[in-house]
Design a binder for this molecule. Structure first.
Ligand code: CA
Length: 438
């Protein structure tokens, strides 16, 4: 879905005035999908599209009969309590819905009067995880993250020999994925302290975040039927921001030989809006392999992947401590990186995941793995920024951190911006660590 069309025209403006002017994450060129209701209400959860500081309620829009034929069927599906039915309809339906929404929300649209009553201010909304996530797989696609972490855990062999051949991943757990605003108690687990003869059960002492991009599968594949790389993107509904909270002390004790387990499955946070691959079309970039690195096996390689497999998404992490919140200080930036630094593309993740016949299903989610850039200040986790707790950093108010303390809120933001295209954003993925229970 890398073709530009009328929905990407940077000159388009909306009759929802807050969408115009370049300041909003959600101009008319974006049109991301989410699940919402009015905050504190018992209303049914339903699908909506972010436009400026408003949400177009798709159940209500379907109800006033503004969409016809295919778009009406898509809008009806969007009115459900998760996006899975709409996701399963496939790229022609997603694209048709986007075009219908773009035309309906444009300045001068004859539908404006009917749709004005279908807007809900984002300030009055609460969100749900946008899809019923059946299976969640976490990849490890940043070679910079893999190398730095490898050095900390295994100084003599930081990057294992399979890394440049295999898009490494593990099967995670979907049940504890929450939406932005998630709060969770610091988990308990086994910690093997340095020099100790036996582990203890204790609250995590090395609580970390991981800056990731979420990949939502739209429609899947039959068991036993791999998805070829050139078809892979047609299976992807869109992307969101993802925080894979990580208990580093549990992780370093438990991860061998089978990989992460309780270090990861106590909570993970996803942003409420899924930005479609079609919306990201202006921000595609060539994907390359550094000279001297092995070229991917043929099932992970294609002309389209080489030409436009990477996506230019700025990824920012901010921290707001309890003390900052109490004194009204805004979150402070910890890092700024870019998804285009990923070693593996979205299409390679899908092709690899299914090459053995594994079936993906609507609403399945991939984490990209922590996105870190080549420079140390582009690291997407505290494990890297603090060198596994060895090097504290100082916040603007004088507080120091190596890992997260109780009350710390981590905020992730993502956006795409370049000359000749409308700036689009992902909104926020925020979450807060609370004290351990008991
Ligand atoms: Ca991860």
């Amino acid at each position: 879905m890398t073709t530009l069309n009328e929905t990407h025209d940077p000159a388009l403006a909306s009759w929802v005035e807050s969408a115009n002017g370049g300041a909003s994450d959600f101009p008319i060129q974006n049109l991301p999908f989410g699940i919402f209701r009015r905050r504190g209400s018992q209303e049914a959860w339903r699908g909506g599209v972010a436009i400026g500081d408003q949400i177009l309620d798709l159940a209500a829009a379907h109800g006033v009969g503004v969409f016809s034929a295919d778009a009406a069927r898509a809008a009806a599906a969007c009115g459900e309590a998760s996006l899975n039915t709409f996701m399963e309809m496939g790229p022609a339906a997603w694209s048709g819905m986007r075009l219908a929404l773009s035309r309906a929300l444009r300045r001068g649209s004859a539908l404006a009067d009917k749709l004005r009553g279908c807007l809900v201010p984002q300030a009055q909304a609460e969100y749900a995880v946008p899809a019923k996530i059946g299976d969640y797989t976490d990849f490890y696609t940043s070679i910079y993250h893999a190398t730095t972490v490898g050095k900390l855990y295994r100084p003599d062999s930081p990057l294992l020999p399979n890394y440049k051949w295999v898009p490494i991943g593990y099967h995670g757990r979907g049940s504890s994925i929450g939406v932005s605003g998630q709060q969770f108690a610091r988990p308990r687990g086994q910690i093997m302290r340095a020099g100790a003869a036996a582990p203890v059960l204790a609250p995590c002492e090395r609580m970390d975040y991981e800056l990731e991009v979420a990949v939502f599968i739209g429609f899947g594949n039959e068991l036993g039927q791999p998805v070829a790389i050139d078809e892979a993107e047609s299976r992807v509904f869109g992307l969101a921001l993802f925080n894979d909270w990580s208990a580093r002390d549990f992780q370093s004790w438990e991860y061998q030989p089978l990989g992460p387990f309780l270090a990861k499955n106590f909570a993970s946070t996803v942003s409420p809006w899924i930005v479609t691959l079609e919306a990201l079309a202006p921000y595609r970039m060539a994907w390359t392999r550094p000279a001297g690195d092995p070229q991917p096996l043929p099932y992970l390689d294609s002309g389209a992947t080489r030409q436009s497999g990477a996506i230019d998404i700025q990824l920012e992490v901010l921290l707001q401590t309890q003390r900052m919140r109490d004194s009204g200080q805004a979150p402070t930036r910890l890092s700024l990186g870019n998804f285009s630094d990923s070693y593996w593309t979205v299409s390679q993740m899908v092709a690899h995941h299914t090459v053995n016949g594994c079936n993906l299903q609507p609403g399945d989610m991939f984490g990209s793995g922590t996105q870190s850039g080549p420079r140390p200040e582009q690291a997407g986790s505290l494990l890297e920024l603090s060198l596994n707790g060895k090097q504290a950093f100082t916040l603007p108010n004088g507080e120091q951190r190596t890992f997260l303390q109780d009350g710390d809120a981590v905020v992730m933001r993502g956006w795409c911006s370049k000359p000749g295209a409308a700036r689009i954003g992902f909104g926020e993925c925020a979450g807060t660590v609370l004290p351990a229970i008991g």
